[in-house]
Ligand binder design. Structure first.
Ligand code: PLP
Length: 359
């Protein structure tokens, strides 16, 4: 049997593991922070109609500059943003990859405060850059002075700030963004994948964009927006940054089907985001119940909860799996992460966990 070792693979990819959150067909899947509420029927119908219209034109390449979609994101984000400050791609993972291709690359480095989103280091290695992991406080918090000091010492070409942070749920005060920006020589990207769940706890770094041409704010339709399957992420930045990303994207990277679906979904943004408050209620119920069960949940400004006090995470993960509940073992000793689902899914998780304790 041929293995990777038999192939002329890049040396720096040898021994690497691909992103691998399990995709198991379990009844209660709470492992990748999706919005588990299905898309409302009236919105699904309108999206289907828009996609159907796009289909008859699929003989032609799509609008390479996705003008309508960029207008849609600019007006959705507000803050006086214009379409030339918007970029989008197939998931914010691809947006982040474009940023790294343009501003990192071989011989350069990128930095993030660990533990953080596991895709950062994979994307960084994928473009031939070095990943540098910084440190967080005892409860995974960041403080402006210390964060700036770490960035100054590492002197990276790109800094990732995840706000709120995945997998810990930790909010990121804006004074940390300001301090890191001042300390950094290179690009600072604030990943706001979960910001819609944070309310007042996590003001958007979009307010900091004016006058900071190295600051980028990325978002996704995969989480609060309940559109993970469509693969659409976007960012806001100086128009010159957007020009830089054009140098590395593949031509026509956003298909006509994707553009039509995303623009239609954006027209219904209020409806698409209607489940956010329910999810926040379930998140807070998870935290309170975990605490009552004797676990140690971390404060979360997102749609998931990281909790410590798990003696054997791999064993607990497996026994929840056997009860039809999929959570995430993110590799932090003594911890697991769970997504806030519908009320019924959340109840199924909490009941299964309580049953394990009593077993
Ligand atoms: C889920 C997630 C994303 C979104 O990725 P997509 O490619 O847009 O689906 C981005 N950043 C973080 C921190 C995430 O957890």
């Amino acid at each position: 049997m041929v293995t990777l070792d038999d192939l002329p693979l890049r040396d720096d990819l040898r021994g690497q593991k691909p992103y691998g959150a399990p995709q198991a067909p379990l009844p209660v899947a709470l492992n990748v922070n999706e919005n588990t509420h299905p898309i409302p029927a009236e919105v699904a119908d309108d999206i289907a109609e828009s996609v159907a219209k796009a289909v008859s034109g699929l003989n032609r390449y799509p609008d390479r500059e996705f003008a309508e979609l960029r207008e849609g994101f600019a007006s959705y984000l507000g803050h006086g943003l214009a379409a030339d400050q918007i970029w989008a791609a197939n998931g914010s993972n691809e947006v982040l990859q474009h940023v790294l291709q343009a501003f990192a690359g071989p011989g350069r480095s990128a930095f993030g405060f660990a533990p953080t989103y596991s895709m950062y280091s994979l994307l960084v290695r994928g473009v031939g850059s070095t990943w540098i992991a910084g440190e967080r406080g005892a409860r995974f918090e960041l403080e402006p002075g210390d964060a700036a000091r770490q960035v100054r010492e590492a002197d990276p070409d790109v800094v990732f700030l995840c706000a709120p942070n995945n997998p810990t749920g930790t909010r990121l005060p804006l004074d940390v963004v300001e301090a890191v920006y001042e300390a950094a020589r290179g690009i600072v990207i604030v990943d706001e994948a979960y910001v819609e769940f944070a309310g007042d706890e996590q003001p958007s770094a979009i307010t900091l964009l004016p006058g900071r041409e190295r600051l980028l704010v990325s978002r996704t339709m995969s989480k609060a927006f309940a559109f993970a399957g469509a693969r659409v992420g976007y960012l806001a930045a100086d128009p010159a940054v957007v020009d830089a990303l054009r140098l590395v994207r593949l031509p026509y990277h956003l298909s006509a089907v994707t553009q039509a679906a995303a623009s239609a979904a954006l027209r219904h943004s209020e409806t698409m985001l209607r489940t956010v408050s329910d999810i926040v209620v379930q998140r807070d119920r998870i935290s309170a119940t975990l605490e009552a069960l004797g676990y140690d949940p971390y404060p979360s400004a997102s749609n998931f909860v990281l909790f410590g006090g798990v003696d054997d995470p791999a064993d607990t993960w497996r026994r929840l799996y056997d009860r039809g509940v999929l959570v995430r073992d993110i590799g932090i000793p003594g911890h697991l992460r769970v997504t806030a689902g519908t009320e019924a899914e959340t109840t199924a998780f909490l009941d299964a966990l309580a049953a394990l304790r009593d077993a």
